[in-house]
Design a binder for this molecule. Structure first.
Ligand code: G3P
Ligand code: MG
Length: 247
């Protein structure tokens, strides 16, 4: 049985309105009426799970170099808000631990995308799951996803009771269904460059399908007509649940 995920998931929080993958971005999504968010999780050099998208610090902080080479003690001093706008100056990169507290406070659901730095797939998944199994009691308001098959396999072996989704890029491997069957993923998250046939292939396989990243209401309506279960959006103001209501 699939998870009951709402049709609108805030991408990296509410990415168009606050610096992505920060507590402020999650709070902003909540204030905009979003009940589930997607965030990216990777590890610092000393294996602290944090919210972060890129392998490098440069785009979303005032730091430089690889996240995988930066210890938490140094990373927590970086500014993760000013690059977005001056009003967010002083915002920090959050740990996964403090993120889970905020999500629980707001009673929000979450899609944790396991986004390991290269070579750290197993370690990243294990560190995340160590934390989750200690602190997250519910299983119906959390989804783990990844482009990394190793990460999804590790999650399957280590914590089978957390639902997993396979992420597919624009180009699908020929054996995508075999991979989904092996990894036991009842959900497939696909790119917005998908076509109707691809959506229908996932639906015909008995799986739920979500699409990233959709910021155009007309496109969201079309995807709904094709039968997708929901979309990830940077803009929860433009992409609202009424686009997904069937009449
Ligand atoms: O999880 C959906 C989406 O976030 C995957 O791509 O690069 O935005 O993490 P990316
Ligand atoms: Mg992501």
């Amino acid at each position: 049985m699939g998870l009951k995920i709402p049709p609108i998931i805030g991408h990296r929080g509410a990415r168009d309105y606050a610096p992505e993958n920060t507590l402020e971005s999650i709070r902003t999504a909540y204030e905009m009426g979003v009940t589930w968010v997607e965030v990216d999780v990777k590890l610092t050099a000393d294996s602290v799970p944090i919210l972060f998208h890129d392998d490098e610090l440069d785009r979303t902080t005032n730091g430089h170099g690889l996240v995988a080479h930066t210890r938490w003690a140094d990373l927590q001093d970086l500014d993760a808000g000013n690059w977005f706008s001056e009003g967010f100056t002083g915002i920090r990169v959050p740990t996964l631990e403090e993120t889970l507290d905020v999500l629980m406070h707001y009673n929000m659901g979450v899609n944790l995308e396991i986004k390991p730095c290269p070579g750290r797939e197993v370690e990243t998944t294990e560190a995340m799951l160590d934390l989750l199994t200690q602190s997250w009691d519910e299983r119906d308001n959390i989804l783990l996803s990844s482009f990394s098959h190793v990460a999804l396999e590790t999650a399957k072996d280590m914590a089978h009771d957390f639902t997993r989704a396979l992420l597919l890029e624009d180009e699908w491997p020929k054996n995508w269904l075999e991979i989904a069957e092996y990894l036991e993923t009842p959900i497939i998250n696909i790119s917005n460059n998908c076509n109707r046939e691809q959506v229908e292939l996932v639906i015909d396989s008995g799986r739920q399908v979500f699409v990233y990243t959709v910021n155009d209401p007309q496109r969201a309506k079309l995807l709904r007509q094709w039968g997708v279960d929901g979309v990830f959006t940077d803009d929860p103001d433009a992409i609202t649940p009424d686009l997904f209501r069937t009449n």
